[in-house]
Design a protein. Structure first.
Ligand code: SF4
Ligand code: SF4
Length: 245
């Protein structure tokens, strides 16, 4: 039995590239240059492999997603990386979150054996053409695709731990991310999905196993405080949700 036999992370997010082709106003990529092509950082393949191997060794069977703030399908290695992830973590639910801009029917076919769910968010005015083709070919919907529009995001947007200026309702407590692991393209184990600038890093996956990441005392101490609403980090104290109009 693996370390996770009693208590698994519900969600593990591993960013393979920092690059995103879009600059959505409700995303820190519109305010910082981290997501630009010229600044792109790709997670080395051997590090990605080590992480999914670690998870597989621990019988990981919850959700795995290859993103943080980079667009996963802008990474040409994605079909290969997800084949590797599928092989190492046969029980995991692999969910690919994408803006759909680079998706084509051919790429979709390549990815489908590895991916359990495609969560596609339309950030522009129109459905990306490749996504439209996939829907047209499959009769208007596909069991593996969940399609969202930016309106849905704007209705309850996160201020990304204080990075996006907006009127927000502050979090009174935060418990969800205690059950999640978030690793950026540099291999850093970061606070949570909101930690765009890696303001709180608990370690680097180059130097730690997934078991050590999961049981990191510091990570647990921060999140235990957050569960009680006792925020010790500035970014947690300014974190919340609002509506973008
Ligand atoms: S597509 Fe996603 S990651 Fe890229 S800028 Fe928009 S919200 Fe951010
Ligand atoms: S409160 Fe802190 S840990 Fe929770 S989502 Fe916000 S920044 Fe992340």
């Amino acid at each position: 039995m693996g370390l996770f036999s009693d208590h698994q992370p519900m969600f593990v997010e591993v960013e393979t590239t920092t690059y995103c082709n879009r600059r959505c106003t409700y995303c820190p990529n519109s305010m910082f240059d981290r997501g630009l092509r010229k600044n792109e950082v790709q997670m080395p393949e051997d590090l990605f492999h080590k992480i999914v191997q670690d998870l597989g060794r621990n019988h990981f069977c919850m959700q795995f997603s290859p993103h943080n703030y980079g667009e996963p399908l802008a990474d040409p290695r994605m079909p290969h990386l997800l084949e590797m992830a599928r092989h190492e973590m046969p029980k995991a639910r692999i969910a690919l979150y994408t803006n759909g801009d680079f998706l084509t029917p051919q790429l979709f076919e390549k990815l489908t054996p590895s991916v359990d769910a495609f969560v596609i968010t339309q950030h522009g005015e129109k459905m990306p053409p490749g996504v439209k083709e996939i829907f047209d070919e499959s009769g208007g919907s596909h069991p593996k695709i969940r399609y969202k529009t930016a309106q849905m995001i704007k209705a309850n947007a996160s201020n990304r731990a204080g990075l996006i200026p907006m009127q927000i309702k502050r979090r009174e407590a935060c418990g969800v991310v205690m059950n999640e692991l978030h690793i950026n393209a540099h291999g850093q184990l970061i606070l949570c999905c909101e930690d765009f600038l890696a303001q709180k890093v608990f370690g680097n996956m180059r130097d730690m196993t997934i078991e050590e990441a999961w049981s990191s005392e510091e990570r647990l101490r921060v999140h235990r405080g957050n569960v009680r609403g006792d925020f010790t980090l500035d970014q947690c104290a300014t974190c919340g949700h609002g509506r973008i109009t």
